[in-house]
Design a protein around this ligand. Structure first.
Ligand code: HEM
Length: 54
């Protein structure tokens, strides 16, 4: 995961937009909020390998 995201300078505000898009998309599709919570929890477990790598 680190290798794929290294050198493209993804920061916290990119991360926030990423999560917001997931939220909007799942809402639009009528997916229950528990699924969103699970997805955010999974995504967050990988955040250190994606954000602020430089
Ligand atoms: C949990 C969240 C994420 C997962 C599981 C994930 C997963 C991946 C994977 C597996 C790749 C490699 C794809 C390939 O080479 O075939 C990739 C590439 C990439 N990801 Fe993510 N990603 C996540 C979040 C993000 C975020 C938040 C951004 C930017 C806002 C992002 C931007 C990119 C970009 C630009 C690439 C292409 C890099 C390149 O090929 O040079 N990703 N991601």
């Amino acid at each position: 995961m680190k290798l794929a995201h290294q050198g493209i300078n993804i920061n916290d505000s990119h991360w926030t937009v990423f999560i917001a898009y997931i939220h909007e998309t799942l809402k639009e599709l009528g997916v229950e909020s528990k699924t969103f919570d699970n997805l955010v929890s999974f995504a967050s477990s990988l955040k250190d390998e994606i954000v602020d790598l430089f």
